[in-house]
Design a binder for this molecule. Structure first.
Ligand SMILES: NC(=O)c1ccc[n+]([C@@H]2O[C@H](COP(=O)([O-])OP(=O)(O)OC[C@H]3O[C@@H](n4cnc5c(N)ncnc54)[C@H](O)[C@@H]3O)[C@@H](O)[C@H]2O)c1
Length: 308
């Protein structure tokens, strides 16, 4: 996609950090910007700051876990801008640190609910409208480098981001026929307010949590994120990904070696097992046959449209 001017962009978590940077960059490109956030005051403040920059902006309070509220929010935005949302940024996210062996259901429900459930809800709400509008579009979901590897302290966060990466890979394989692109942004550290994410935890999911807001740890995190990438620079990388229809947005070069080591470790695990190469070749042949057949079946179900 190259034509941003006039498109309606819906950005969750747009009141702060990564989402606010996206609102600035795509607003300057002429997009009409809807920012959605669970926090009212930072949302109003962000709307004021964007409007002062000349961005055509609308703010909507939304908890991305709430499916009915999603439908109302998108209706409101499409009415306000008199046009369909054709750029969706699933950016809202929360983090929590605590020992995995003490994690509660509430810890899982909160982090998975916002970071993964929010992405699912956003796409389920917006994608059918985007397809109906027939103007193409692009969906960007924000994962994290943490999604590529397990983590003892941020395990639930890492699992939620792994799910987002995997889901976006599937959307990238599914949406080409509609002219809709899919990208997944995997930041390392970004200048933002995420060190204070625990403050956004709803009361009904606070019970018995293993996540504790230790002031020393929060301050250390804050210092880490203060040295992170500027959200505007990050959003420029996202723009590049959309313009070139790139799935993975991996602009943190310092993480490359770690990722390589991780994948090498996974591949090395094959060497721990003795297996029958002929049986493996036979299974591969059967799988390739199945794949060719299923591609054919899906293409005929889609009326001949090419589906990868
Ligand atoms: N900052 C980093 O270093 C970093 C690294 C990797 C990934 N990320 C990801 O970037 C995304 C943006 O985070 P950020 O760093 O800008 O943090 P941030 O806290 O500055 O911004 C996140 C925004 O999401 C909003 N939010 C939280 N829960 C919500 C909910 N239930 N519904 C709607 N909005 C909600 C918050 O109010 C906040 O304004 C997240 O998905 C985060 O996991 C950030």
């Amino acid at each position: 996609m190259q034509d941003f001017d006039g498109r309606v962009a819906f950005i969750t978590g747009g009141a702060s950090g990564v989402g606010f940077g996206q609102a600035q960059v795509f607003g300057r490109l002429g997009c009409r910007i809807a920012i959605a956030d669970v926090r009212r005051e930072p949302l109003d403040d962000a709307v004021r700051r964007l409007a002062a920059e000349g961005v055509d902006v609308h703010g909507v309070q939304l908890d991305v876990r709430d499916r009915e509220a999603w439908a109302r929010a998108v209706d409101e935005v499409e009415d306000r801008f008199a046009g369909p949302v054709t750029l969706l940024f699933n950016t809202a996210g929360v983090n929590g640190f605590g020992p995995l062996d003490a994690a509660t259901y509430a810890d899982f429900d909160w982090v998975m609910g916002v970071n993964f459930g929010g992405v699912v809800n956003g796409i389920q709400t917006v994608l059918p409208r985007m397809i109906r509008a027939g103007r193409g579009g692009h969906i960007v979901s924000v994962a994290s480098m943490a999604g590529f590897e397990g983590s003892p302290a941020a395990a639930i966060y890492a699992a939620s981001k792994a799910a987002v990466i995997n889901l976006m890979e599937s959307y990238a394989l599914s949406l080409g026929a509609h002219g809709i692109g899919a990208s997944v942004l995997c930041p390392a550290s970004v200048r933002s307010d995420i060190a204070h994410a625990l403050d956004r935890r709803p009361d009904d999911l606070a019970d018995g949590s293993s996540f504790r807001a230790d002031p020393g740890f929060v301050a250390a995190q804050q210092r880490l994120y203060e040295g992170g990438m500027d959200p505007v620079e990050l959003a420029e990388h996202v723009r590049h990904a959309i313009e070139h229809d790139l799935l993975y947005v991996l602009p943190f070069a310092e993480t490359r070696e770690g990722l390589r080591r991780h994948y090498e470790q996974i591949l090395a695990a094959y060497d721990d097992y003795r297996t029958d190469p002929d049986a493996a070749a036979e299974r591969l042949r059967a799988f390739e046959q199945y794949r060719a057949e299923s591609v054919r079946l899906r293409a005929s179900a889609a009326g001949g449209a090419t589906i990868r």
